[in-house]
Design a protein around this ligand. Structure first.
Ligand code: ATP
Ligand code: MG
Length: 354
């Protein structure tokens, strides 16, 4: 079986997508209503705790709990896996069918990705030629094209597939959480997606995903090992309190501990600045907007800290704002609170909608 990271099946009436975050699992159900997709259900649940690799039984049990909550009619599921479990790189390759590209990468990842990724399964997205100037022909005279390559360990994909099947589902698509916010923006705010130069920052628990888009093209994507967990751990150490106490303070009264938080947020600010500088230098365009999603986006204080750190307007964004909502009244009152953490799940579902 192949695992399309970039393009899923089309023509569905329901799309069920699950974002397997390292701290919380987010799931959404989109349903076709009058020819447009509406968000009809969502859930955010604690992710299972495990040591290194998630045991199959635990994931199956977890997926069953998610299904109980979402009650999908479809048996097909789209899963988003985290940056720790996957790679996403851009490279240049001669134009050829994607299947051939995947074979080439399988046997020669080092040449194309500068990293020996044995036992990985790859998928490729060829950036449409109109969006890129055809690159200089190589010495052999073959023009090369920009290609985004996604990859994940075969072993992980096999475990995911069997866990999903044991829960009574079919894995229609396994995608990368790094691509989630980008696809969510295209789906919910196509205008901003197509016209702006924007940095999307999804700050999660273990890591933060940084994507820079210009006129609808993904120009830069990277993941930084810095997330909410680092902030809480750092705060606990600096104040000599427990992790749980530090978490409570971070969420409940961050303004009281600004002096401790600032040096913990600064490294992320520096990573973001480096990515923006790199992009601006390469493309000669300016990033004038940073949209923040993930758990940290729930904190206006953190968003403002990043703004101060970078000097570029930072804003929490809510992918559900541009979408049709057909939620039960209870979920309708909750959606504003959780919208920004659903970015990856919504983007993964949107990718399957096509
Ligand atoms: N109001 C808040 N203020 C500050 N931080 C918050 C708030 N709400 C949640 N967080 C933080 O968000 C983090 C979890 O975010 P999220 O659910 O996006 O992570 P994840 O997707 O599970 O992780 P990853 O993407 O790294 O795998 C936690 O560290 C939590 O402390
Ligand atoms: Mg996440």
């Amino acid at each position: 079986m192949t695992f399309p990271f970039f393009n899923g099946g089309k023509n569905r009436d329901q799309v069920f997508a699950v974002d397997l975050g390292s701290r919380t699992t987010k799931a959404v159900l989109l349903e076709r209503r009058d020819n447009a997709f509406s968000l009809t259900r969502f859930t955010v649940q604690d992710a299972p705790i495990y040591d290194k690799a998630m045991p199959q039984g635990l994931l199956t049990e977890h997926l069953r709990a998610i299904m109980d909550n979402i009650q999908p009619k479809t048996r097909q599921v789209t899963l988003a896996i985290g940056a720790g479990d996957s790679v996403l790189r851009s490279t240049e390759m001669p134009l050829m069918p994607v299947d051939e590209m995947r074979q080439m990468l399988k046997f020669n990842s080092k040449t194309h990705l500068q990293q020996d990724l044995r036992d990985y399964i790859f998928d490729c997205y060829i950036v449409p030629p109109r969006a890129q100037k055809q690159l200089e022909p190589s010495k052999a005279g073959v023009a090369k094209y920009k290609v985004w390559v996604g990859g994940a360990r075969r072993e992980l994909l096999t475990t995911l597939e069997s866990s999903v099947r044991a829960a009574g589902l079919t894995p229609s698509q396994i995608t990368l959480s790094l691509l989630g916010p980008v696809n969510a923006l295209e789906f919910s705010q196509p205008e901003a997606f197509n016209k702006d130069v924007v940095a999307l920052v999804d700050m999660g628990f273990k890591s933060t995903a940084i994507s820079i888009l210009a006129d609808g093209e993904l120009c830069l994507s990277r993941s930084v090992d810095l997330g909410g967990d680092r902030l809480t751990t750092g705060l606990a150490e600096a104040m000599n309190i427990t992790y749980a106490e530090a978490e409570g303070i971070k969420v409940g009264m961050p303004q009281e501990v600004e002096g401790h938080l600032q040096p913990l947020v600064a490294p992320l600010g520096r990573e973001l600045r480096a990515s923006i500088d790199f992009f601006e230098h390469q493309r000669e365009r300016t990033v004038n907007k940073i949209l923040i999603s993930g758990g940290a986006a729930r904190s206006e204080f953190l968003v403002q800290m990043l703004h101060a750190e970078l000097g570029v307007a930072c804003k929490a964004w809510f992918p559900t704002e541009g979408m049709n909502l057909a939620l039960a009244p209870q979920q309708m009152t909750e959606i504003e609170q959780v919208s920004s953490v659903l970015a990856v799940a919504i983007g993964s579902a949107a990718m399957t909608v096509g």
